[in-house]
Design a protein around this ligand. Sequence first.
Ligand SMILES: C[C@H](O)[C@H](O)[C@H]1CNC2=NC(N)=NC(=O)C2=N1
Length: 113
Amino acid sequence: MTIADLANQHCIPRKGPENALNATQVKALLAELPGWTVTADGKAMVKDFKFKDFHHTLGFINAVGFMANQEDHHPDLEAGYGHCQVLWSTHDVGGLSLNDFICAARVETLLAH
Ligand SMILES: C[C@H](O)[C@H](O)[C@H]1CNC2=NC(N)=NC(=O)C2=N1
């Protein structure tokens, strides 16, 4: 599955541990998403995006937030003047689900121009 294949999908409600991806699935999907890493507990994926100033950082945050509301899947964001760390995890699953990878790919698509 490529970034485009992921980004063309939409999130659906995924609940319960049976919707958590296993380590093999996570590794295969992560290989499609440059710069994204899995946290030490294996339950989330993160990437820190760099921008030249606060205006660009805030524009990114707003775009990510809009997409997240469309998909009804929401990241943890930590931002400063010139960066924003995006963390995806599916609370309802207690770890990583396909929704996290779809949204990570959608974030990459927002920045591709
Ligand atoms: C009903 C709705 O789909 C759920 O409450 C969604 C909302 N956004 C969410 N976002 C994230 N990151 N994880 C979730 O489990 C989650 N659940």
